[in-house]
Ligand binder design. Structure first.
Ligand SMILES: C[S@@+](CC[C@H](N)C(=O)[O-])C[C@H]1O[C@@H](n2cnc3c(N)ncnc32)[C@H](O)[C@@H]1O
Length: 304
C-alpha cells in the first residue's frame, strides 16, 4: 500500500504539467502587486510541493511569509524534512529557526529575496490570519465547502485571493479502453459523492457557481487535467507510483461501495470483474502501457 506522502511526492510532476498557466499567471501577477511582505496561507499543503514549485519557478514576490498547514502530522513532518532541500535546489540558502516540534520556521534567502515558511499541523479552516492569498491545491474536493469557503474568506485580508488549483471535476479515464471502465468510473465517483464524509466528484465546476452564489468573484478559471502516460517509453519521475496508488485508491473505494450497496451495480463490481479489471490495469502499468486522464479545474477568486 503506497502511503500518502509517497503519493504526494509522486504527484508533483503530474501537477507541474497540469497546472493551468493562465490561472497561475494571473495569480502570481496579483501577488506581485501586493505590498511586501506578501502573506500566503496554504491549507492542506501536504508535503510542501507547492512551496517548492512556486520557489523553483520564480513565482513568488521578493518578500513572502508562507504559512503552510495540514491536519496530517506525518505530511507536515515530511514537509519539514523535504522543503529545506527543495528550496536549496531552487537556489535559496535556508536557515531553520526552531526545533521543529510544534511549528517549524524556515527562512530562505536568494538574491535579495526573502521567503519565510512556517509549517504547522492545523485544521486550515479553524485558524486565524490576515492573508493576501490562500492556496488550497487539490483540497476543496475533499472538504465541506459550506465550512471551507466562509473560513477562507475569514482568513483573507481585504482584496485577498483564493487560488484553488487541481480541484477534481468528474472525469476519470484509462486507456486502452476496457468494457468495465464506465462502471468502475461511476462507482469511484459515487464513492466520492456518497461514502466519503465530505467533498465530491464535481467540486471543480460546482465552485464556478458556488463562489459567485456566496459573494465571490471568479477572476480566472481553467482546466488542469492530469495526464499520465509513458514518455520515451517510461513514466516520468515517480509517476508509476502515482498510478499504482490511484489504482489502489479506486479499488479500495469500489470495495467500500460494494459493501455499502451490495444490491446495486456496484455490489456486482465486488466480484471477479473488478479483480480482472485491476489485474489488467496493473499488468498494463508494469508494461508501461497504461494511460490515465483525470479532469481538474483551477480557480482564482476574491470575496466581493
Ligand atoms: C490530496 S492532498 C493534497 C496535498 C497538497 N496540496 C498537494 O497537492 O500535494 C489533500 C491534503 O489536504 C489535507 N487536509 C484535508 N482537510 C484539511 C483541513 N481541514 N486543514 C488542513 N489540511 C487538510 C490532507 O491532510 C491532505 O494532505
Amino acid at each position: 500500500m503506497t502511503d500518502q506522502r509517497t503519493f504526494l511526492a509522486a504527484k508533483r510532476t503530474v501537477d507541474d504539467r497540469a497546472l493551468n498557466r493562465r490561472v497561475l499567471d494571473r495569480f502570481t501577477a496579483a501577488l506581485e502587486a501586493r505590498p511586501a511582505p506578501v502573506r500566503i496561507v496554504e491549507i492542506g499543503a501536504g508535503i510542501g510541493t507547492m512551496i517548492a514549485r512556486l520557489a523553483a519557478w520564480g513565482r513568488l514576490p521578493d518578500e513572502v511569509t508562507y504559512r503552510a498547514v495540514d491536519t496530517d502530522a506525518k505530511s507536515v513532518r515530511a514537509a519539514r524534512e523535504r522543503v529545506p532541500d527543495w528550496l536549496e535546489d531552487a537556489g535559496y540558502a535556508v536557515d531553520r529557526l526552531d526545533d521543529g516540534r510544534a511549528e517549524t520556521t524556515l527562512v530562505a534567502r536568494s538574491d535579495g529575496r526573502r521567503l519565510e515558511v512556517k509549517l504547522e499541523v492545523a485544521d486550515g479552516f479553524a485558524i486565524a490570519d490576515d492573508a493576501d492569498a490562500v492556496i488550497a491545491s487539490a483540497v476543496l474536493d475533499i472538504v465541506a465547502l459550506d465550512r471551507a469557503l466562509p473560513a477562507i474568506e475569514e482568513l483573507l485580508a481585504s482584496d485577498g485571493l483564493l487560488y484553488a488549483p487541481l480541484t477534481f471535476d468528474g472525469k476519470t479515464a484509462f486507456a486502452p479502453r476496457d468494457p468495465a471502465d464506465d462502471g468502475i468510473e461511476r462507482g469511484y465517483h459515487r464513492h466520492m459523492d456518497t461514502v466519503r464524509s465530505a467533498g465530491g466528484s464535481r467540486v471543480g465546476s460546482e465552485l464556478l457557481w458556488r463562489l459567485p452564489e456566496s459573494g465571490w468573484s471568479v477572476l480566472e478559471d481553467g482546466g488542469s487535467d492530469w495526464i499520465v502516460r509513458p514518455r520515451d517509453e517510461e513514466y516520468p519521475g515517480a509517476e508509476r507510483l502515482f498510478l499504482e496508488s490511484l489504482l489502489e485508491t479506486i479499488d479500495g473505494a469500489l470495495a467500500e461501495l460494494a459493501g455499502d450497496e451490495p444490491e446495486s451495480e456496484f455490489g456486482e463490481l465486488e466480484s471477479a470483474e473488478r479483480r480482472r479489471w485491476l489485474r489488467r490495469r496493473r499488468n498494463e502499468l508494469e508494461r508501461e502501457e497504461l494511460v490515465f486522464v483525470a479532469h481538474n479545474i483551477d480557480v482564482l477568486a476574491r470575496p466581493d
